[in-house]
Design a protein around this ligand. Sequence first.
Ligand SMILES: Cc1cc2nc3c(=O)[nH]c(=O)nc-3n(C[C@H](O)[C@H](O)[C@H](O)COP(=O)(O)OP(=O)(O)OC[C@H]3O[C@@H](n4cnc5c(N)ncnc54)[C@H](O)[C@@H]3O)c2cc1C
Length: 323
Amino acid sequence: MAVLVYADNSGGSVPNSALEAVYYASKVAAEKGTETIAVVIGALDNAILESLGNYGADKVLHYSDDKLSDFDSQSYTRVVSDAINSTGANVIIFSHNYASKSIGPRLSAKLQAGMAVAVMGLPKIDGDSLTIRRTVYAGKAFADVTISSAIKIIAVTPNAFSPEVTDKKAAVEPASVDLTDSDFGMKITDTNKVTDKVSLTEATVVISGGRGLKDASNWDMLEEMADMLGAATACSKPVADMGWRPHSEHVGQTGITVRPNLYFAIGISGAIQHLAGVNGSKIIVAINTDSEAPIFKAADYGIIGDAFEVVPRLNTAIKNLNG
Ligand SMILES: Cc1cc2nc3c(=O)[nH]c(=O)nc-3n(C[C@H](O)[C@H](O)[C@H](O)COP(=O)(O)OP(=O)(O)OC[C@H]3O[C@@H](n4cnc5c(N)ncnc54)[C@H](O)[C@@H]3O)c2cc1C
């Protein structure tokens, strides 16, 4: 009974979060004494498909039908369930992201499969059951959940595992499924992509600003810092609500959850709803004029100071370091 992993295809590349999911799947497969099979949908270079072996995949099923070039949860569910049928896999791994949130529940209903999301640890296998640790209450607590259905679905939190990379190559097998119009739930008529920006959920460094920055025009210094560090920019909810930054950058309980290695909170008070989306960050650096701001309780490093003085000085220091 193989372990199947859905590896996201992000416009011709496989994002880090998907590589982590492949690695996680290979660990589960090793524990079960079985093989790891990755499912990839849409056009992708053969070398990239083979390189999933570096992260532990033994085999890659590649569904490259032109009809599947745009993400569509209904048809993609059909493909993944076809892969489950053809491989007999009984553990299905996703990265905990948009794809898992839309494909996972459909699969779960279709296959009567138990599903655990926001998973933080490898499962303990006990006969036909898996017990897994996941986060609950917006990351403030953990719960251990046991899945005992015949097919089990796990969505792994991004940046929770550091893959060990080998030089193994995966065997790539072209795969197809007969799709009709009724397999497609929607038709994408137009797409607008922010192509030159680092993806917020994938970023290892995030530079985030709050209401303390006073105005939309003051983000230049944060963008300069982000460019130098290869970081993504983010913001608190009121900043997005006021239209200073796009809603796609809003992090927190009602926004995006990020888990970068380094999170800069600049002019952000550290409200509980904000922290819910960022408290999985490995290191938090806070810059705030108010020494009593709650963000300092969550921060690993704090600078009590005016962002308009501190950030330009940091930028100069980074420039000097970069030569
Ligand atoms: C149901 C609900 C859901 C919510 N969801 C979210 C969410 O997902 N994400 C989110 O962010 N919020 C969310 N909020 C809002 C949240 O409660 C806070 O109001 C919000 O996070 C505050 O944003 P802020 O830190 O940018 O602003 P403020 O709280 O106004 O903080 C600004 C900070 O900037 C500091 N400052 C001022 N001037 C400077 C300066 N020159 N240099 C440095 N620091 C300076 C101040 O000392 C202050 O600490 C939610 C609220 C509710 C009720």
